[in-house]
Design a protein. Sequence first.
Length: 229
Amino acid sequence: MSNSAFQSSIANLNVSLKISQDGSQVYAADGGATDAYAISLNPTLTAYTAGMSVSFKANTVNTAAASLNIDGLGAITIKKNHDATLADGDIEAGQVVTVVYDGVDFQMQSQLANATGGGGTGITWNDQVSATVTMAANNGYVVDNGAVLVTLTIPAAAALGDTFVIAGKSAGGWKVQANGGQTVNVGNSPTTVAGSVSSSNTYDCMTIVCITANTTFVSYALQGNLTVA
């Protein structure tokens, strides 16, 4: 190898080391608008490649479905949990977000900004001390109303994947009430339309998830001898 070729190789190596060390090849601060994140890498990315990973620092909170555009190559939708659309606040301002391109979408690898603790990632827990409540998506309810039955109503509008958790604590028990046009499938036993599922013991528990938007739900993580009506 000639001296000039050797020097050129050393220079290229130094550039590669610098890129690796400062992260400019795989990280940049976002300069886009809300829900339309945009970054520029150094060196400039020429094409999206399946399996590529990149991180960016978001300058705004997301308020709905969001996308990432790298070096003007086009906006690619960011998904969570493989293929789910982002919810409001999944990305917060100032958060460093890591995504991997799967050939179609960017799959978010970072923890969701609005995920909460208390016994389950993404579940917000409530001490349910009143007799009635319309449940909120991705919320858990500890039924805690003494000898009085607690009726927990499924909201009329529910998106695919919305989850509702019920944990018994009080002797009065609980009843999950479906809205008009809704059914809940408990194993092979569906409720009637606008039917219900009720506990029979103090500590009976159930988790339900929406599998068809607004209308159809399935249960899992059951405990107790539940009554399906």
